[in-house]
Write a protein that binds this ligand. Structure first.
Ligand code: GLA
Length: 725
C-alpha cells in the first residue's frame, strides 16, 4: 500500500509486515524517515533530531540556521557537492566541469502495477504497485526519477532510478546508484557473501566500523568473490529474532555495495553499478536507467527475510520454461571432460536412463576445434570427428532412450585458435597498442556491439534448429580485461562495461522470445555470476564448480540467504572429488545435491551395481520430494561455519504438512556424544510421522528436538521425511 499524506508531505509504503517512509521537508529535500516493522500511519520525522554540528554546512535557504545540514539529515537519494559528505548516490559532471547535484522534490505519480525496466531484469508487474518520485536539479536541468515497486505480500520493495538530461548540453553521469538507504543508527552488523572460484558465497559478518566498508566487483561480472546481495542487521539478530535487512542488486556486471558508518553514529548503504570506469554521456533529452535493487526488511530474523526473497524470486522474477518438476539431469563434464565420442556419450546416457535420469547434457567440447580449453570458442558448429552425423544424430539416440537432450555453450567468448578470431580479431575486447590478457586461454567478445551479437545469435540459432534441444547451459569463463571497444569514441568508453551487460541481457531475452521451450541454466566457472539479474533470464544457475559435498554445505548455505533452492544447480560427482580430493559417502553427496536442482556429473558407466542402486533410489526420492525443495520454505537449522557437530537444514511445505529435513555430520571421533536436532517451521499443533515410522507433535520436534542416531564415519548424512497425520 502506498500512502501520500498531503498534510505532512510523507510517502509511506506499507507491506504486510514492514513500513518504509520518506518526507519532503520545508526546502523540498527528500528525507528518509523510517524503514522497519510495520507501524500505523504517522509522520515519523520526529525521529530526526537536529543540532548545530560544526563543519556540517548549511544550504543557502537555511540562512544562518546551523542546525539544518544535508550532512546530518537522513537522505533518500544522496547527492554530491552541496554539503553531504557521506556516500553519494549520484555524481554528475556538468558541461562546466562541476560535480554538483542538488536534488529537490518536484512531484510524484502512483501506478497500480509495478513498473518495468526496458532492457533490464526486474521483478514482474503483477501484485506490485508503483510510486515514482520526481526530483530536480534546477541549475543542471536534470530530473531524477525514483521508482519504488511495492509487493505487500512478499514484504519486498524494489527500487530503480532514471536520470534524465533536460538541458541543452551533454552531461556525464559518473555514479548512479540504484539504492540509498539511510539508518539513524550504526549499531548494525554487515553480512556479505564472499569467496573465490569453487568456494563462492561464504558467510561473513562483522559490526560496522567507522568509515566506509564495501564489497563489489570490477571484473565485468558480478563475480565469485563478492555477491551483489548484502545484509544489515541488529547486532543480536539471528535466524529467528532481530531486525534485519537484505539488499539485492539485479545486475550481472560491475557493482558496489558500500556502507558508511558516519560521524554521528548513523549509517548509509549505497548499492549500484560500480563507479570504476563508469561514465555515461547523456546528450540533451537522453536518459539513463539504473539496474533494479530489491529490499526486504524482516523484523524477526534471517529466516523471515530469506522466505520473502525466495518466494518473490520464485514467483515474481524467474521465467521458467519448465512448469513443475525440472528433469533430473546428467552432465558429461566431470565424466569425460573434452575426451569423448558419440559411443562414450551414449554409454553414459544409457546408464543414466536406466537409473531414472531424464536429461542428458553434453557439456564443453562438442564444437569447432575443441579438444582442450585453448581453442574453438566462437566456432559454433558441431565437431563431426567426435560426433559424426551431428547433434541431431546424437539427440535422436538420446531421445530414443526416453531422455531429453541439452547442450553447453559459451556465447560471450572467442579462442585465438578459431575461425571466428581469424576472420574478426577486432571483435574481441582489446585496447590499441596493447597485448591481450588471456583468461582460461580465451578472449572476451565485445558484446556491446550489435553485429557481434547478431553473428553469435545466428550461429547458435542454427545449432538449436539442428536438433531436438530442450536445455542450454550458458557459461562464461573469464573476467573482462582491456575493456575498450573499437565501436565507441574515446568519451564513451566509460559506457562499455554496462553496454556489455546490456548486450548479454538482450541476447538472453532473444532466447526467451524465440525458444520459450528451452530451459537455460546460467554458469560462470560455476557460481561466478549467481545474481538476481541472471535469474530473470536463467531460472537456474550452476552454483559452483566445486561438487564436493562438504564444501558445498558452505556454498549452498551462503547462497540460501537470498536465492531459493529451485535456482541452485547441484550435482552428485565422483570421489575422490576432482577439486579437493575429499572422500564422502555417495548417500551424503545425494543429500546435499538434492537441496537444489538435482543431477549427476560423473561417469555412471564406472559405478558398481551397489552404487547404481543407491543412485536409482536417490533419483526416485528426489522425484517424490522435489516440490518441497522447489516450493517449500527453507530453514537453516545450523551453520557449517561454526563448530556445530553437523550441518542441517529443512524444506517445509507452505501448508506445513510436509517437510524434508537433511543433515550432514563432520569428522568423526571415538565415543561421540548423542546429538539432538531441533526443527523449525513446523505447525506446533500437528503430529508428524517421520520416515513413515514414529510420530511426534510439531511443538515437540521444535522445542525438544529429534533424537539423532549415532553416526559412524566421517561426513555421514540423514534425511527425514515428515508427513502430518
Ligand atoms: C566451467 C563450468 C563447468 C564446465 C566447464 C567446461 O568451468 O563451470 O561446469 O562447463 O566450464 O569448460
Amino acid at each position: 500500500m502506498i500512502i501520500y499524506n498531503k498534510a505532512n508531505n510523507t510517502f509511506t509504503l506499507h507491506t504486510r509486515n514492514t513500513t518504509y517512509q520518506m518526507k519532503v521537508d520545508q526546502y523540498g529535500v527528500l528525507l528518509h524517515t523510517y524503514y522497519g516493522a510495520r507501524v500505523t500511519d504517522a509522520d515519523l520525522s520526529y525521529l530526526i533530531r537536529r543540532a548545530d554540528r560544526g563543519f556540517s554546512p548549511n544550504p543557502s535557504e537555511a540562512g544562518h540556521c546551523r542546525t539544518y545540514s544535508l550532512d546530518t539529515l537522513p537522505q533518500e537519494y544522496s547527492t554530491c557537492g552541496v554539503g553531504d559528505f557521506r556516500l553519494p548516490s549520484l555524481e554528475l559532471e556538468l558541461a562546466d566541469g562541476s560535480h554538483i547535484a542538488d536534488l529537490r522534490y518536484a512531484g510524484y505519480e502512483q501506478r497500480e502495477r509495478k513498473y518495468a525496466l526496458e532492457g533490464l531484469p526486474a521483478f514482474h508487474g503483477d501484485g506490485g504497485e508503483t510510486l515514482v518520485l520526481f526530483l530536480e536539479d534546477a541549475a543542471a536541468h536534470v530530473t531524477v526519477e525514483l521508482y519504488y515497486g511495492v509487493f505487500a505480500d512478499y514484504d519486498l520493495i524494489t527500487r530503480a532510478v532514471r536520470i534524465v538530461n533536460r538541458g541543452e548540453e551533454t552531461i556525464g553521469l559518473c555514479r548512479a546508484a540504484s539504492l540509498c538507504l539511510d539508518f539513524q543508527r550504526a549499531d548494525l552488523d554487515l553480512i556479505t557473501f564472499d569467496g573465490r572460484h569453487a568456494m563462492e558465497r561464504g558467510f561473513n559478518r562483522a559490526a560496522l566500523r567507522p568509515g566506509v566498508q564495501s564489497v563489489g566487483s570490477i571484473r565485468g561480472t558480478s563475480s565469485h568473490q563478492h555477491n551483489p546481495f548484502v545484509m544489515l542487521c541488529q547486532q543480536d539478530a539471528g535466524e529467528d529474532h532481530g531486525l534485519c535487512y537484505g539488499a539485492m542488486l539485479l545486475y550481472s556486471g560491475n557493482f558496489e555495495a558500500a556502507v558508511e558508518r558516519a560521524q554521528f553514529e548513523d549509517a548509509r548503504l549505497v548499492m549500484g553499478i560500480h563507479p570504476y570506469h563508469f561514465r555515461y554521456n547523456l546528450a540533451p533529452g537522453e536518459s539513463f536507467t539504473t539496474p533494479e535493487a530489491a529490499l526486504v526488511c524482516s523484523p524477526q530474523g534471517f529466516a523471515g527475510m530469506t522466505h520473502c526473497f525466495h518466494r518473490a524470486i520464485r514467483e515474481r522474477l524467474v521465467r521458467d520454461a519448465v512448469v513443475g518438476r525440472k528433469p533430473v539431469l546428467v552432465n558429461s563434464w566431470e565424466a569425460t571432460y573434452f575426451d569423448f565420442d558419440a559411443e562414450k556419450l551414449m554409454k553414459l546416457a544409457q546408464e543414466a536412463a536406466s537409473m531414472g535420469i531424464e536429461l542428458f547434457v553434453l557439456d564443453d567440447g562438442w564444437f569447432g576445434k575443441r579438444s582442450n580449453d585453448r581453442g574453438g570458442l566462437g566456432d559454433w558448429w558441431v565437431n563431426q570427428e567426435k560426433l559424426p552425423g551431428g547433434l541431431s544424430a546424437l539427440a535422436d539416440r538420446i531421445n530414443a532412450l526416453g531422455m531429453q537432450f541439452g547442450l553447453w555453450i559459451e556465447p560471450e567468448m572467442v579462442s585465438e585458435d578459431s575461425q571466428l578470431y581469424a576472420e574478426h580479431p577486432d571483435w574481441a575486447l582489446c585496447a590499441p597498442n596493447r597485448a591481450y590478457t588471456r583468461g582460461r586461454s580465451q578472449l572476451v567478445l565485445d558484446f556491446s556491439r550489435q553485429e557481434v551479437r547478431d553473428y553469435i545469435y545466428g550461429e547458435l540459432g542454427k545449432v538449436l534448429s539442428s536438433a531436438n534441444i530442450t536445455y542450454l547451459k550458458w557459461d562464461m569463463n573469464r573476467s573482462l580485461s582491456e575493456v575498450w571497444s573499437a565501436a565507441l569514441p574515446a568519451d564513451r568508453q566509460g559506457e562499455l562495461y554496462h553496454r556489455y551487460v546490456l548486450g548479454v541481457y538482450e541476447m538472453l531475452e532473444s532466447f526467451h522470445r524465440d525458444y520459450p521451450h528451452i530451459l537455460i541454466e546460467g554458469c560462470s566457472g560455476g557460481g561466478g555470476r549467481f545474481d538476481g539479474g541472471m535469474l530473470y533470464y536463467t531460472p537456474q544457475i550452476w552454483c559452483s564448480d566445486n561438487t564436493d559435498a562438504v564444501d558445498r554445505l558452505r556454498i549452498q548455505y551462503g547462497t540460501s540467504f537470498c536465492y531459493p533452492a529451485s535456482t541452485v544447480g547441484a550435482h552428485v560427482s565422483a570421489v575422490p572429488n576432482e577439486i579437493n580430493h575429499r572422500m564422502t559417502p555417495l548417500e551424503t553427496r545425494g543429500v546435499v545435491a538434492m537441496s537444489g536442482v538435482f543431477g549427476y556429473e560423473m561417469d555412471l558407466s564406472r559405478t558398481t551395481a551397489e552404487e547404481k542402486e543407491v543412485i536409482a533410489r536417490q533419483v526416485q526420492r528426489y522425484k517424490e520430494c522435489w516440490d518441497l525443495v522447489a516450493e517449500g520454505d527453507y530453514y537453516r537449522l545450523s551453520s557449517p561455519f561454526g563448530d556445530a557437530a553437523y550441518t542441517a537444514w529443512a524444506h517445509v511445505s507452505q501448508d506445513k504438512r510436509r517437510a524434508l529435513v537433511s543433515l550432514v555430520t563432520g569428522t568423526t571421533c571415538a565415543a561421540p556424544p548423542f546429538l539432538t536436532l531441533r526443527l523449525k517451521g513446523l505447525d506446533p499443533h500437528l503430529c508428524y510421522r517421520v520416515n513413515g515410522e514414529e510420530s511426534y507433535p510439531g511443538d515437540v520436534l521444535m522445542a525438544a528436538g529429534y533424537a539423532l542416531p549415532m553416526f559412524k564415519g566421517d561426513y555421514q548424512s540423514l534425511q527425514l521425511c515428515l508427513e502430518a497425520e
